[in-house]
Design a binder for this molecule. Structure first.
Ligand SMILES: *Cc1c(COP(=O)(O)O)cnc(C)c1O
Length: 453
């Protein structure tokens, strides 16, 4: 992995993720970030750059020079304009699943030609808009293809158009995130009776259909299952092209879904291992005969985000020590509602931001929300926490604080990116402000106060 991760300054690379995290926590306290809010979220810019370089490097090393490749970041993993801009600076485009994410990609300056629109529920207006911009579109269903027939006939487009298949190759460890099941809501089924023949014919009838797309799921889908879906995709493309007598399908969009290790700072599996698994399962994918699109989200961002929250109170109940903190369901929704599927590490810091030492004690780490299940960890062995201490929650850069849950009108916390300065200090850059009370009130319909009288 070391060879894949050079993207920060040499000092940042040498320090490693845990070293950068501890330094950033100390600096966040020193620079007063937690004086303003009891909860802040940090993004490690050097880490994000390293992951982007690992992704682009792994594919570049495996493909013949000149093979067209677009790595499109799945915006839903971290819908923050400065993050999309940073990734664009690293050569990475955007995969958007609807008008909001498309608008974020545009705001970040990502070119339409480096943007992919997926979503199972695109409206006719959204489709028309994407085709006018030249954004790549993947149709999700037979009915959507019929809508595209009318739109493509009505106005010529530069947009590459594809169709998403459901390879029906099976589920990973987390059902809710498995998209290649027999009955998944996504894509056009490949293995249902008559489906394959229908898909081939659908392509032959539409000369403008030049892409096939598969995304077998996220977190919990093992590499061999991802590779099996891509193998089905490649075989279908070969079948279409043979039937067409030309290379009608010129690009394969192989989705995202590289799982992330939430148990330690180790980045595993790596993009290099992902490419190796694909190469073993589908060697022809790397012969340069198809352009490739990827759509990674979690694996680019997860390891580089940290929730940092103050311990407000501690208590002991039924002999269980409990630390009540400001980080709970609003920033770690999946962990709170499905703790077995989404365990998170907790790191204890003192009020100055130094890692806490002391004999570990089993403690519950609770959030601020008003329901009993609002726990980030149960009976977790940590140095005893006290009011004023901080907890750090690593690996939260994707789908956690970037997917805020507005329970109890808890505000969206501020997000700061951090980099190391030449002098060895930490520089924070604002990525998103904390949601203030007036905006909470406004979003709750304050302008319509009397509407129901
Ligand atoms: C969510 C999603 C992705 C990204 O998945 P990750 O697990 O974050 O890599 C890619 N493509 C599609 C179509 C998705 O829905």
């Amino acid at each position: 992995m070391a060879a894949e991760t050079h993207a920060g300054t040499p000092a940042e690379d040498a320090e490693g993720a845990a070293g950068r995290r501890d330094r950033a926590v100390r600096a966040a306290v020193g620079q007063g970030l937690l004086d303003v809010d009891p909860l802040v979220c940090l993004l490690d810019v050097a880490g994000i750059r390293a992951s982007a370089a690992a992704l682009t490097g792994a594919f570049a090393a495996a493909l013949p020079p000149g093979t067209p490749v677009l790595h499109a970041f799945a915006v839903k993993a971290a819908p923050l304009v400065p993050v999309l801009r940073l990734l664009a600076d690293c050569g990475i485009g955007c995969e958007a699943a609807g008008p909001g994410e498309l608008a974020l990609a545009r705001a970040a300056g990502v070119e339409p030609g480096r943007t992919v629109l997926d979503s199972p529920a695109k409206t006719t207006d959204e489709l028309r808009g994407a085709l006018a911009l030249g954004v790549a579109v993947n149709a999700d269903s037979r009915q959507e293809l019929e809508r595209l027939d009318a739109l493509v006939a009505a106005a010529p487009t530069r947009s590459p158009v594809g169709v998403r298949i459901n390879s029906q190759t099976g589920a990973g460890a987390i059902d809710a995130l498995s998209t290649a099941t027999a009955t998944s809501k996504f894509g056009v089924a490949l293995r249902d009776p008559g489906a394959r023949e229908w898909l081939v014919r659908a392509c032959l009838d539409r000369p403008w259909l030049t892409r096939l797309h598969v995304h077998s799921g996220s977190q919990g889908v093992p590499l061999p299952l991802i590779a099996a879906g891509v193998r089905e995709l490649h075989a279908l493309a070969e079948e279409v092209n043979a039937a067409a007598g030309r290379r009608q399908i010129d690009t394969l969009d192989i989705g995202g879904g590289l799982p992330v290790n939430f148990a330690s700072d180790e980045e595993t599996p790596t993009y290099g291992q992902y490419v190796a698994a694909l190469r073993a399962a589908v060697p022809a994918l790397f012969d340069g005969s198809y352009g490739l699109v990827t759509e990674f989200g979690r694996s680019l961002l997860a390891k580089h985000g940290l929730v940092l929250a103050r311990v407000e109170y501690t208590k002991t109940t039924g002999a269980r020590p409990i630390a009540v903190t400001h980080a709970g369901v609003q920033v770690a929704t999946r962990t709170v509602y499905a703790p077995a599927a989404w365990p998170l590490r907790i790191v204890a810091y003192d009020a100055q931001g130094a890692p806490k030492t002391g004999a570990p004690v089993a403690q519950d780490v609770a959030g601020p929300a008003c329901f009993a299940g609002d726990l980030l960890a149960t009976a977790r062995e940590l140095p005893p926490l006290a009011p004023g201490d901080l907890i750090g929650v690593p690996d939260t850069g994707a789908y956690f604080f970037t997917a805020h849950y507005g329970y109890n009108s808890l505000p969206r916390p501020a997000v700061h990116g951090f980099t190391r300065t030449a002098a060895g200090g930490i520089r924070f850059a604002p990525v998103r402000p904390a949601q203030d009370l007036p905006s909470i009130v406004a979003e709750a319909g304050a302008a319509f106060r009397d509407a129901l009288l």
